[in-house]
Design a protein around this ligand. Structure first.
Ligand SMILES: NC(=O)c1ccc[n+]([C@@H]2O[C@H](COP(=O)([O-])OP(=O)(O)OC[C@H]3O[C@@H](n4cnc5c(N)ncnc54)[C@H](O)[C@@H]3O)[C@@H](O)[C@H]2O)c1
Length: 273
């Protein structure tokens, strides 16, 4: 069904055993479009889904984010690091919203006797991303294939760690289904750290593109470094990412080339027919 989680779910839905809450505007362009709604989706929306889980005595899974670490002073980020987040900046509706959601899910679980799981997702990419939602991997690939300028915010020396979507989903399923006691949130991400400049160069080369790189001012509160410590996922779920960046990018570039030829958007890369 299609439903805005900010309104309560209908009472007559079939009973479920598990609730995965991934619903939230997720890219800066989307979550800053209506900041109040984003904050409410994390809070009220999450509560509406928790109520459904309580009615059905279902397990509850919350998609949290590395953004809860803000612009981190600890590197790599362990789950015990409490973060460095601005409460009143343009990213706060999302960062603080997701922090509050972690609190709500944890406390609701304790008060209602529910099993809850919280995953802190680090930048994830892969086929079926939306071409226009403003994430760095999809932005660079689309720009490279269209022969447009590659826009880097700031110097490009800020780092990110990119996880391929199949690895992430495997981590979700393990975390949700393990019956071993999981104590608190779990980082899921790929610890291979790369600068934004390196990512741009790699995509340009793999896409056979002649696009130029241009720099724009860094957005407010943009994190300078980001890399997950995944020891907890490794120990408790025996999970680690299997898809190297090169392979994941190849699959994602192939997807966007396919989509662009299907939709008639003109690719100018050297490999396009
Ligand atoms: N992709 C990443 O790198 C990443 C990183 C950290 C956290 N996350 C989290 O993972 C989840 C999924 O992200 P994604 O990358 O697949 O983004 P996405 O934009 O592809 O998916 C988010 C979905 O949530 C839906 N949604 C938003 N508000 C809603 C509402 N009020 N009611 C019902 N549905 C609503 C959107 O329609 C969309 O389908 C999000 O919660 C996001 O915060 C993603």
């Amino acid at each position: 069904m299609e439903h805005d989680i900010n309104t309560p779910l209908p009472e007559d839905l079939p009973e479920v055993q598990q609730v995965y809450n991934l619903a939230c505007p997720a890219s800066p362009v989307h979550y800053q479009y209506d900041r109040v709604k984003t904050a409410l989706t994390c809070s009220l929306g999450t509560l509406n889904l928790l109520n459904k889980a309580a009615r059905d005595k279902a397990r509850f899974f919350q998609a949290s984010t590395s953004e809860i670490y803000g612009d981190p002073e600890v590197h790599p980020q362990t789950e015990s690091y409490r973060g460095n987040v601005n409460t009143v900046g343009p990213r706060s509706c999302y960062d603080e919203g997701k922090r509050f959601a972690e609190t709500l899910v944890t406390d609701f679980g304790v008060q209602h006797g529910l099993t809850t799981r919280i995953v802190r997702i680090f930048n994830t990419y892969g086929p079926r991303m939306h071409p226009d939602d403003g994430r760095v991997v999809s932005n660079f690939i689309v720009q490279a294939l269209m022969g447009e300028d590659i826009t880097i915010y700031g110097s490009g020396e800020q780092t990110r760690s990119f996880c391929f979507v199949d690895d992430l989903v495997e981590g979700f399923i393990r975390l949700m289904n393990t019956n071993d006691g999981i104590d608190g949130p779990v980082n899921i991400g790929n610890p291979q750290e790369t600068t934004v400049n390196q990512l741009a160069e790699q995509i340009l080369q793999m896409a056979g593109s002649r696009s130029r790189i241009v720099h724009h001012p860094l957005p407010v509160d943009d994190p300078r470094r980001r890399k997950p410590d995944i020891s907890r996922a490794l120990q408790q779920l025996n999970w680690s990412p299997q898809v190297p960046l090169q392979d994941g990018l190849a699959r994602t570039i192939a997807y966007f080339m396919d989509e662009m030829s299907r939709s008639g958007r003109k690719s100018t890369n050297a490999f396009a027919s």
